[in-house]
Ligand binder design. Structure first.
Ligand SMILES: [Cu+2]
Length: 149
């Protein structure tokens, strides 16, 4: 009898622990996003595969996470997602979502986001890097709280 009680108590504890564990693991299962999320996806336009959106704008030194999807179907069951200037070259399988956290360690300018496997067949997207704008930040601050100074 006592054994049985201990057993069921253990089971209850286990169930509770599993419950808490599954509850806690939900955020862990969710995509880990660092900084600004940027969703990108493949799309066939006419006969040509593109990375979209056509342009992505970021700031120099910014932390972003690319959330990359290939849901397009068709003859390719994978595509590449590469930003050569940032030494990124990932493979994105069909129906897979890949999260790629990255710090934009690039000088202001325009760079390329391409499929490294089917390049130049597939149309690249532009990564536009704006200068780190300390001036803009302080402008915003004074605009939202004009009494600060
Ligand atoms: Cu491709």
């Amino acid at each position: 009898m006592r054994m049985k009680n201990t057993h069921s108590l253990k089971l209850a504890k286990l169930a509770l622990a599993l419950g808490i564990l599954s509850f806690l693991s939900f955020p862990a299962l969710a995509v880990k996003i660092e900084g600004k999320p940027i969703e990108m996806y493949t799309k066939k336009i006419g006969e040509v595969t593109h990375w979209l959106p056509e342009e992505v704008t970021v700031t120099q030194g910014e932390r972003v996470t690319f959330i990359v999807k290939h849901e397009m179907g068709g003859k390719y069951n994978f595509h590449g997602f590469a930003i050569p200037d940032l030494h990124i070259a990932e493979t994105v399988k069909e129906h897979e979502t890949k999260t790629i956290p990255v710090t934009i360690n690039l000088k202001p300018g325009t760079y390329e986001i391409r499929c490294q496997f089917h390049f130049p067949a597939h149309v690249s997207s532009k990564l536009i890097v704006l200068p780190a704008a300390d001036g803009v930040k302080s402008d915003k601050k004074s605009a939202t709280s004009p009494t600060t100074n």
